[in-house]
Design a protein around this ligand. Structure first.
Ligand code: PEP
Length: 256
């Protein structure tokens, strides 16, 4: 049985005051709620402040990216060990904004996933949330399945079964991110089903049935329930709606 997961990707938004206030509201709003994993992913510089706010709650702390090298002369970058050091349990990898605006490739995503999985500190490890998704042009030219399959093959399928079992997938159609244009439950469900089939073909049915596959792209309290009713959608990676406690909590409530 897969446990739903709702992760909030704050992107480059909020500040120390508004971020910690939002985290407090999410902690309060989730008190007593069982059966769903909730993760907040603030910008790097606010990880410690938000992590302190989350301490003692069941809400996880995630980063929005990492660098694949362990340490060294990589100005501006942050390693997996550093994320563990500030209390992260999760890390988003291969978000489409990084793929489109910051030169991320399937190869760099794979290197980052490997780095995240290899890191360990005082018994703590990182869970990567790995994003895949097609652009509007790719969807409109009937290439969605081909694009998602090649992203899976090139950024994940080289992992061993044990490594893959620690990964969460996120299907995020690029045309639905921040646009208000959400994939229909059927559109999303079709891609999720094909992704699960890719996992079963590459690994096996047991790994596929355990794999958590999130949907991301303009998820709101109003559309979340229909998306989560799809059998292969195990939660959401949420951008804009994660910046308002009421919206984010509404999405979390829709998993019940
Ligand atoms: C995202 O950034 O991962 C995302 C899904 O954004 P939004 O919810 O704003 O579309």
């Amino acid at each position: 049985m897969r446990r739903p997961l709702i992760a909030g990707n704050w992107k480059m938004n909020l500040d120390r005051t508004t971020g910690t206030a939002l985290a407090l509201d999410v902690v309060a709003g989730c008190a007593g709620r069982a059966g769903v994993d909730v993760v907040l992913c603030p910008p790097f510089v606010y990880l410690e402040a938000v992590g302190s706010t989350l301490r003692g709650s069941a809400i996880g702390l995630g980063a929005q990216d990492l660098y694949h090298e362990a340490s060294g002369a990589f100005t501006g970058e942050v390693s997996a060990a550093m994320l563990l050091d500030v209390g992260c349990q999760w890390v988003i990898i291969g978000h489409s904004e990084r793929r489109q605006l910051l030169g991320e490739t399937n190869g760099s995503v794979l290197a980052k996933v490997r780095a995240a999985l290899a890191a360990e500190r005082n018994g703590h490890t990182l869970t990567p949330i790995v994003c895949v998704g097609e652009t509007l042009a790719e969807r409109e030219t009937g290439r969605t399945q081909e694009v998602i399959r090649s992203q899976f093959a090139e950024s994940l399928a080289e992992l061993s079964e044990g490594e893959f079992a620690r990964v969460v997938l996120a299907y995020e159609p690029v045309w639905a991110i921040g646009t208000g244009r959400v994939a229909t439950p059927d559109q999303a469900g079709e891609v999720h089903a094909d992704l699960r089939k890719q996992v079963a073909d590459r690994y096996n049915a047991a790994v596929a049935s355990e794999a958590r596959i999130l949907y991301g792209g303009s998820v709101k309290p109003e559309n979340a329930g229909q998306l989560f009713a799809q059998p292969n959608i195990d939660g959401a990676l949420v951008g804009g709606a994660s910046l308002k406690a009421a919206d984010f909590l509404g999405i979390i409530a829709a998993t019940a």
